[in-house]
Design a binder for this molecule. Sequence first.
Ligand code: NAD
Length: 504
Amino acid sequence: MATTFAPAIEAVPILSGGKWSELKSTCSSEIFNPSTGKVIARVPFATAEETGQVVDAAAAALPAWAETPVVERARLMFRFRALLEQHFEELAALVTREHGKTLAEARAEVNRGIEVVEYACGIPSLITGEVLPNIAADVDAEAVRHPVGVCVGITPYNFPFMVPLWMFPIALTCGNTFVLKPSEKVPLSAIRTAELLVEAGVPAGVFNVVHGDRECVDALLDHPKVAAVSFVGSTAIAKYIYERGTAAGKRVQSAGGAKNHLVVMPDADMDQTVKQLAASAYGCAGQRCMAGSVAVAVGKAGDPVVEGLVEYAGKFRVGPTDGNEEVDMGPVIRAEHRDKVASYLDVAKSDGANIALDGRRDFQSEGFLLGPCVVDRVTPSMRVWKEEIFGPVLSVVRVADLDEAIAVGDQCEYGNGAVIFTRSGYAARQFKRHFNAGMIGINVGVPAPMAWFPFTGWNRSFFGDLHIQGTESIQFYTRQKVTLTRWPKADDSHLDPVWRQSRS
Ligand code: NAD
């Protein structure tokens, strides 16, 4: 929520055209340390005019960067990667400080982000074109990839370091310039990342960072010099970004929210499965777009799943994460978010579900804490099943067989990911082929997006056609040019006869 200035608190700068500066805006937002509940910085919001100036800086840098040889663009990423490794622990600690996830989770996030930089280091091999000689008599055909222009990234709070890295390493190495608008809740990791990219030698204007809310985002979506927009966030905003961006003639890839189902077959290894269910549902305090949100227990799996989760997750050490590694689960991002997540327990109860594990406790802390929650006997008619909660609440739906589990998935409006735990290859194959989601895990609690593959969310988890990461991202950040060439034999009668003979 926007507030007026609190001048005593450090303001987060923007990076535009190679220069760091502080916005003069009267509108800003507070950044909290969710472990302590304390404000640690504030981020002023760019007006439409200020946002336009950042896009202009990116546009001015475009021609020279697009002409920079691709191997030099790759070398920028090699240098950047080395700096990220060098500052690994500092980056992980910063993620924990502004987001609240545990240090182990933050380290995993930094690793995943670095993997995208490693993928982008291979750009000379990834961006090569195609040639078909003699497509017609004496005519050769070639298709080559060109940058699209100024690209924009608008990112969510839940992966402050990794999600920006899903976008700009690939966009930049494809020859585009970039404007990042990180979440106003967690801009510090993005700023530190930008500092390291500058240290790695990114030319002025090639990479820029701006902050803001809807006014800034609308200015980016409408700006005539913006060619492509990558968005990650909630479904309502993802749809809005997609519709407004494409209406303005831009290519848009827009990843939204999720409600991921974890199907447990009765033949699964229950001890392992319960641990993986808990890791999937409560990792990062449930604030992952690939978090397990609904356990679908098939047949006699129901009781062991619920009893196992209550026993196992009930012992989780929940507490502040900043400077404290002795915790299994940290806070959620804001007090209001914690209260909203917790309110789903009351909604579920009044809808007829059973609260098997209630995470509301007095934690003796100002942090935004909520323990793991298990809601049993949920049905697809309940709000707790339909809506993305984005916190440590796992619903359990009990079904008779795999067909019914797949039918539950068919009713879900999201489709980011789904998982099955089983020892049966047949069940796994049926699930893989027929479950209504784009990322599938088989005995893997979180089918995490990996740099080398596209993150293939389906349904209202994604708007657009070319997904983020992998080869689809190369396609998204480039446009093709096809050239047909014919070179008629030259009339060389004017040439010196000796020279002419040497050519024949
Ligand atoms: P959000 O949609 O509230 O915000 C995302 C971005 O949009 C932020 O930069 C924010 O400033 C901007 N924004 C917010 N409201 C806006 C508006 N009215 N107009 C224009 N811009 C606006 O999401 P969040 O709460 O930061 O992140 C959590 C959400 O992100 C969850 O729904 C989660 O599932 C989703 N998510 C999805 C993926 C994925 O790959 N599918 C990955 C991570 C997170």
